[in-house]
Write a protein that binds this ligand. Structure first.
Ligand SMILES: Nc1nc2c(c(=O)[nH]1)N[C@H]1C(S)=C(S)[C@@H](COP(=O)(O)O)O[C@H]1N2
Ligand SMILES: [Mo]
Length: 226
């Protein structure tokens, strides 16, 4: 079965291996949002626009390749992904935000999804804004045209179709199943429920979720063809 992950050595606690990265979402019946071809990223402070970064601004930061594993909270993992991008830390520094100007940050997507971060988690060494995956420009399956990638946190923090970063003075509200930190190594899967309780029900959701998410994508692509 394509979407049934298997046990494998060396994965974080509770994780299983998939051979390929599926399209995934907690709203899997929705197709990816219509997005511009080129990245356009708003940087906001308490909602006020501070800067707008274009593709040229990101290129000026010298995109590099970063290899990382990816861990979804529902227990699937894929290993050895190669992202091309720039550290989020460098992006923030390029607009004058280096010394923790705010303790929290919210990343927003074109499909109205969002994720909350502490400043410390957002500026970790391995947190990137990526435009390519395994050498190819990001497609609508994996978050075109710009995606946040935070390999040490569960996949729901790796916001696809990224449109804005909003720095916040107060702790932002998290989504219903979102842990503020979501550190994979500490198995911070859920804000309230223990991991032992959510692992199995989450794992049961993988195949149907991936199936629905892929189906929504292929419907969209079929409709778009002339
Ligand atoms: N904009 C947006 N980003 C998102 C999601 C989403 O639904 N919308 N789903 C998240 C979840 S739960 C996971 S596991 C990963 C899946 O990434 P993939 O579809 O590239 O495998 O994206 C995350 N980022
Ligand atoms: Mo996920």
């Amino acid at each position: 079965m394509r979407y049934w992950p298997r046990r494998a050595a060396g994965l974080p606690p509770g994780q299983r291996l998939l051979a390929e990265m599926p399209r995934f979402s907690d709203l899997p019946h929705l197709p990816p949002p219509a997005m511009p071809v080129e990245p356009r990223l708003e940087i906001r402070y308490e909602g006020e626009l501070v800067a707008v970064l274009t593709s040229a601004d990101l290129l000026a930061l010298g995109p590099r390749e970063f290899t990382a594993d990816f861990h979804c909270v529902t227990t699937w993992s894929v290993t050895g992904l190669v992202w091309t991008g720039v550290p989020l830390r460098d992006v923030l520094a390029s607009v004058g935000m280096s010394n923790a100007p705010a303790p929290y940050l919210v990343a927003r997507a074109g499909d109205r999804r969002k994720a909350a971060f502490t400043w410390e988690d957002a500026v970790a060494d391995n947190v990137l804004l990526a435009t390519r995956l395994n050498g190819a420009v990001l497609d609508d399956r994996h978050g075109a045209p710009l995606r946040l990638v935070s390999p040490s946190q569960y996949g729901y923090k790796s916001v696809k179709h990224l449109i804005a970063l909003d720095l916040r003075a107060e702790q932002p509200r998290v989504m219903s199943k979102e842990h503020l930190r979501a550190r994979v190594a500490l198995e911070e899967r859920h804000p309230r429920l223990p991991s032992a309780v959510v692992r199995l029900p989450y794992r049961m959701m993988i195949a149907p979720t991936a199936y629905l998410a892929e189906r929504a994508l292929s419907h969209r692509r079929t409709r778009q063809r002339p």
